[in-house]
Design a protein around this ligand. Structure first.
Ligand SMILES: *[C@@H]1O[C@H](CO)[C@@H](O)[C@H](O)[C@H]1NC(C)=O
Ligand SMILES: *[C@@H]1O[C@H](CO)[C@@H](O)[C@H](O)[C@H]1NC(C)=O
Length: 173
């Protein structure tokens, strides 16, 4: 009897733990190959920093990339704190190139993501593809940032300086 109870508890714990489902987000499919195989991380620099919520390509190696998990159509950042931070798409009316950030407000984040063989896709009402966009120091972006195309604004197809990318969810290194 005792033996059976332990086994059942173990099985429940294994399903609940997100650690076996952690992934990194890595770029692919860019027309400029220097924008491929870049890992997403969080913060303003190469050290992950939950107080600075930029989603950046700072050139870190796979083993220092941010790790994420997927639940309830939201992409959560596994931030090594008890608070769940999540990927947030910032919608600004009438702007084609919009920002992706990691929500500063724990538990909040965008819904409507899916993970497909072509990579992570955003909410179908607004999202029309991911963008690698260059450093924009005036906007406080000191590394290339993750942006996305708003499908409700038609022009320009790809904003100047940005490159269309896919974001692949690859098992954590
Ligand atoms: C490719 O991207 C790099 C880094 O962003 C840039 O320096 C280079 O000019 C780009 N090449 C082309 C052909 O656009
Ligand atoms: C997903 O939603 C369920 C039901 O609302 C909730 O119990 C669970 O905590 C959510 N998962 C995450 C990771 O937020």
């Amino acid at each position: 009897m005792k033996f059976l109870t332990s086994v059942a508890l173990l099985a429940t714990a294994a399903v609940a733990a997100p650690s076996d489902k952690l992934f990194n987000l890595k770029t692919s499919g860019a027309s400029n190959s220097t924008h491929n195989d870049l890992y997403l991380t969080v913060g303003r620099g190469v050290v992950p920093d939950p107080l600075n919520s930029e989603a950046v390509f700072s050139g870190v190696a796979a083993n220092r990339a941010a790790t994420f998990y997927f639940a309830n159509s939201t992409i959560y950042w596994n931030a090594h704190s008890s608070a769940p931070y999540a990927l947030d798409l910032i919608n600004v009316d009438g702007v084609r190139k919009e920002r992706a950030q990691i929500s500063v407000d724990p538990t909040h984040g965008s819904k409507g993501f899916s993970i497909t063989p072509e990579g992570v896709k955003g909410p179908s009402e607004t999202w029309e593809g991911w963008l690698w966009c260059p450093v924009d120091a005036e906007a406080g972006q000191f590394f290339p940032n993750l942006h996305f195309l708003n499908k409700n604004v038609q022009e320009p197809a790809v904003p100047a300086g940005c490159d269309k990318i896919n974001l692949q969810a690859v098992p954590r290194s």
